[in-house]
Structures are given as structure tokens and as C-alpha cells.
Design a protein around this ligand. Structure first.
Ligand code: KG4
Ligand code: ZN
Length: 371
């Protein structure tokens, strides 16, 4: 079963094909350079860029894969949460394709898709505990199956990615700053007392990262020499050796504070589950962070659980995760009709699928399809 995935929920325009859940090809255009000029995503510009780039990306996807739209069995699209204008572009394209071809339309929860990126190419054992850490969300979820997710804890203010990005902004590092904080901290011993591990002195699984952002900003204000004089170009900024050790210690200490905060809440979640949890999953842009990946490996080892992490390229927003989740939904016979609506950030994604006959497995290679 061949599924086309479309992702436009924030500032990456992406299309991808998955065949029975296996990635075939992805074409992705990042808008990061454009939004970096403004220090954050400008929603209006993001929508326009999605519209401008979508057509050429689809053309390239089919030309380079050697597959055709006629061979696609279902069209999956990220329906939220995300920027409303950006989501509307993806939904309009997906509906247009379905209207023209009669293929089924499947709206995908962007957050569920992030977690399913960890399951691509693997037989994940359930129930699993999942950690979703991105620029917009920080959640601990319980997955009783690939399609059944319960949120156990979430951030009450900033997401982990925002803490990285805003701290990086205090240091005048390029936007989005998470990857720079990760790289500059590499190989440096953190100062464990420099920053707080926020919101741990409670008995629940929610997070609060806004205080950490303020702690970094306050520290940098007291040590103005830490602020880089001019915003270095993005490539040069990724070279750790080029940076003063004092800045690298701040980055290592921030990586440590966030990784430790996540570790404490994840262990608490594991300890408090009513029934057994048999694996650990983590996903989202921040799951590419070196110290966080190391912490997760250590936590999984101590709890004797297998750990499933997406490849770094599938941690950030991408369309392969949308197409792979589309395959799971199609196999369960769960589809939408052309009234599918986008869901903006902050609103719950409804489970409003229609049930149809489950779509059969079967690789596109093994079928003869008219061209
Ligand atoms: O999942 P994602 O691409 O987009 C959202 O759905 O939000 O996540 C983007 C976030 C940004 O905050 C970015 O700075 C952060 O992921 N990020 C990282 C790393 N790579 C990306 N944070 C820490 N370490 C990294 N290596
Ligand atoms: Zn995302």
C-alpha cells in the first residue's frame, strides 16, 4: 500500500511516499533561513512559502521515485496541531489530489506522527511510554497501541524546544538555536549548579520550561561577554572549537538541565503506570539532542526497556512520518472525507475518522499498476 504524506504544519514544506510503512522518498524544503531573519516563524510568510514550494516538491517526488499519483493508495496530510494558515495549504493540496483521483484522504495528528517516526521499520512493543519533545510541544504519553495515545503530562508554558531556542537567542546564536546549544556543549563538562531543573518539586508529570529560559537570560545579562558580538553565519556557528569555553559551558549546562528534567519526569511516569510498560519511545526535533539521547539510552537501560528513537533526520518535522502514520490508519480502515478541518495549536485533535474496509498490505513493487 503506497501512501503519500504531506506536511505543512509549521515551517517545513514536505512530501513523502511510504510503501507499507517503509520510507520510499521524501522531498523537503525548509524555511528556516527565511524565518531566521525575524528570529522566529512568521505565520503569514510560512503559508505563502508552503504554497510556493508545494507544486515543485510534488513534481520532484514523483519524478525521482519513478512512481505516479495513480499508484498512490491514500493521501495522508498533517491536519494539526500547527499554524492554521500553513495547515490550510497542506489540506487544500491533499483534498485537491483526492478530489481529482478519488483516492481516500487521511488527516494525521502531527504529534502522533512524530512518535510513530520512532516506530518506522521496527516492531515496537506496546504498551509503550512516549516522550514528545519539539519546538511547540513537550508531552509524556502512554501508547497502548500504535493508534491509541493518552497524554499523561505536558508543558504548562514553553516547550523544551522553545527553552533551547530562547536561551540560544540570549546568546545571540542563530535561529532555531537548539542544534547550536547541542553542538557547542559537546565534549564539555556541564556546571550542574548553573541552571535549575525546573518544576520537579511536585508529584505530577507536567513540565514548565519558561523559568529556565529566564534563568539563562538573567545569567547572560550578568555576563554580557557571553553574548556573541555579531550573529555568526549558521555553518560557522556549528563549529564548537571556534567558541570561547565560557559559552560552551553555558550550552553544556543547559543541555544537562533539560535532559535531567526530562529524565526525572519520565522515571516518575514509568514508576506510576498502573500496568507494565514494555518499551520507551522519544521523538520530535529536540530528540536529536546528543545529551538527551544519551540520557534516554541510560534511562531505558536502567529500566530494562528497549528504546526506540527516530533517526536524527526523522526527529524534526517531515512528511515520511505523516505517510507512515497514514499507512497505519489506512490498514485500520480509518479515513476522512473532504470536510476534514485543520486544528490549530492549543486545540485537541478529534478522533473523527470514518471506518471503511481496511486497506490491504502489498508492496507497490509486487503489483502491476497502470501508468
Ligand atoms: O519537531 P520540530 O522540528 O518542530 C516542531 O514540531 O516544533 O522541532 C523543532 C525544535 C526547535 O526548537 C529546535 O531548536 C529543536 O527542535 N532542535 C533541537 C535540536 N535539533 C532541533 N534542540 C536541541 N538539540 C538539537 N540537536
Ligand atoms: Zn513537529
Amino acid at each position: 500500500m503506497l501512501c503519500l504524506g504531506i506536511e505543512t504544519s509549521c515551517d517545513e514544506t514536505a512530501v513523502a511516499l511510504c510503501d507499507d510503512g517503509r520510507p520510499v522518498l521524501e522531498k523537503l524544503a525548509s524555511q528556516a533561513g527565511l524565518h531566521a531573519l525575524y528570529g522566529g516563524v512568521v505565520p503569514e510568510l510560512a503559508s505563502r512559502e508552503h504554497l510556493r514550494r508545494m507544486g515543485p516538491l510534488l513534481d520532484a517526488l514523483f519524478a525521482e521515485s519513478g512512481l505516479t499519483l495513480a499508484q498512490v493508495d491514500a493521501v495522508a496530510v498533517a491536519r494539526g496541531p500547527g499554524l492554521l494558515g500553513s495547515l490550510l495549504v497542506g489540506l487544500a493540496v491533499a483534498k485537491g489530489l483526492c478530489l481529482a483521483t478519488g483516492k481516500p484522504l487521511i488527516g494525521v495528528d502531527h504529534l502522533q506522527a512524530h512518535l510513530m517516526a520512532a516506530a518506522i521499520g521496527r516492531e515496537v512493543a506496546y504498551p509503550a511510554l512516549g516522550l514528545l519533545i519539539s519546538g511547540g510541544h513537550t508531552q509524556i504519553v502512554r501508547l497502548d497501541s500504535a493508534l491509541s495515545m493518552t497524554v499523561l503530562g505536558r508543558t504548562i508554558d514553553d516547550a523544551a524546544g522553545e527553552a533551547f531556542d530562547k536561551a540560544a537567542k540570549s546568546l545571540n546564536l542563530p535561529y532555531p538555536g537548539g542544534i547550536y546549544v547541542d553542538r557547542l556543549g559537546q565534549g564539555v563538562e556541564p556546571d550542574r549548579r548553573l541552571f535549575p531543573r525546573p518544576y520537579l518539586d511536585n508529584d505530577h508529570l507536567d513540565f514548565s520550561f519558561s523559568g529556565l529560559k529566564t534563568a539563562v537570560a538573567t545569567f547572560v545579562a550578568a555576563h554580557p561577554e557571553l553574548r556573541t558580538q555579531a550573529m555568526p553565519d549558521a555553518e560557522a556557528a556549528l563549529e564548537p572549537q571556534a567558541w570561547p569555553m565560557a559559552i560552551r559551558v553555558v550550552c553544556a549546562s543547559l543541555n544537562f538541565a533539560i535532559a535531567e528534567t526530562l529524565r526525572v519526569k519520565l522515571q516518575r511516569a514509568l514508576d506510576n503506570q498502573p500496568g507494565p510498560v514494555v518499551s520507551l519511545l522519544a521523538a520530535g526535533g529536540v530528540a536529536a539532542n546528543g545529551p538527551i539521547r544519551a540520557m534516554l539510552a541510560d534511562l531505558a537501560g536502567r529500566n530494562r526497556l528497549p528504546l526506540y528513537l527516530p533517526q536524527p533526520a526523522l526527529c524534526a518535522d517531515n512528511a515520511t512520518m505523516i505517510a507512515a502514520t497514514g499507512c497505519l490508519l489506512a490498514r485500520a480502515g480509518l479515513v476522512h472525507d473532504l470536510t476534514l478541518s485543520p486544528i490549530p495549536r492549543g486545540r485537541r485533535i478529534p478522533w473523527d475518522y470514518h471506518s471503511v474496509a481496511p486497506m490491504a498490505r502489498g508492496s507497490v513493487d509486487s503489483r502491476s499498476v497502470p501508468q
